[in-house]
Design a protein around this ligand. Sequence first.
Ligand SMILES: CC(C)(COP(=O)(O)OP(=O)(O)OC[C@H]1O[C@@H](n2cnc3c(N)ncnc32)[C@H](O)[C@@H]1OP(=O)(O)O)[C@@H](O)C(=O)NCCC(=O)NCCS
Length: 342
Amino acid sequence: MSFAFGIGIGTQNSQGEWLEVFYQQPVLKPDAALVQCARETLGYKGGNQACAANQADLNALAEALRATDHKDQAKLAELAAKSTRPVVVTLLESDETASSTPEVYLKLHLISHRLAKPHGLKLDGIFGLLPNLAWTNEGAIDLSELADRQLQARLEGRSLEVKSVDKFPQMTDYVVPAGVRIADTARVRLGAYVGEGTTVMHEGFINFNAGTEGTSMIEGRISAGVMIGKGSDLGGGCSTMGTLSGGGNIIISVGENCLLGANAGIGIPLGDRCTVEAGLYITAGSKVALLDDSNQLVDTVKARDLAGKPDLLFRRNSQTGAVECKTNKSAIELNEELHANN
Ligand SMILES: CC(C)(COP(=O)(O)OP(=O)(O)OC[C@H]1O[C@@H](n2cnc3c(N)ncnc32)[C@H](O)[C@@H]1OP(=O)(O)O)[C@@H](O)C(=O)NCCC(=O)NCCS
């Protein structure tokens, strides 16, 4: 069985290089009939390939698809045949290291469409295949062509707004998964996995290959590679440590029904029903005093030894400055009112 399929409408620079691709209906594990249509009409010979497709190719693909169960893909191919923008049909036989920009975009779409989970796809080497672009109100523009496009827009009485300069676009320009609220759409990158019932407030941020399993209130940063369990909240300005730059090699995650307080941070994975006091940053090597119910010292351990353990409350003793850990008796209940609008 093949790994992925997508008909994409994209943008190329004046050299004909792909800048970005929009896949409205990416498919994970396409069936044999879908792949066979691509073989017959696009000259797809197997393996991982991004096939540039012209109008005739796409009309032939649409016709072949109409004879299968893939009516929605047939419709998409038919519409793509009329596109004034370049079209690519990307077929991935297996989840290998990507070798083209359209392949990377297909993988990022699979995650944001919730067809694949963060850490579920091979994403090594993607930075080299994602060009750094100006994301504007007129679409993606190669940075070497930006100054001319700005001048052209002015001469024609328009202004070109550059919303960001980045390798990743904002997710919502590609897909808005069901059941989410995102107050500031620039804060969620394509490749984020935003679970149903998640609210991302203005201060919240979700990187690619990271996200939330389900209902969550996100007012802090979810770094690349970090996954937040159902029912967990990230307080204002809090931080989850990423592994991309000097964050070590422990993959950070947050279990279910946890609370990271405002301005708190974690450099270890948390188990279920854990709370981190507002303002406390727990790094993996932090020495932590384990306290019993009557606040007596039981042991001193490194925070990494507590990684993934459930029902813990971390706080910094306001009198001694020591980082302390107690049993979390009052696991934070999700604020029903805050989540009612999901
Ligand atoms: C850590 C936290 C959960 C503790 O809250 P709590 O469980 O309600 O605890 P309380 O404040 O009732 O304190 C219980 C006891 O511990 C003591 N205590 C609490 N924090 C302490 C600290 N950092 N150092 C020393 N003692 C502390 C209290 O003084 C109190 O002592 P007492 O039994 O003698 O009265 C809370 O302070 C916190 O940081 N919540 C995060 C909220 C947040 O940021 N939400 C996101 C908003 S965007």
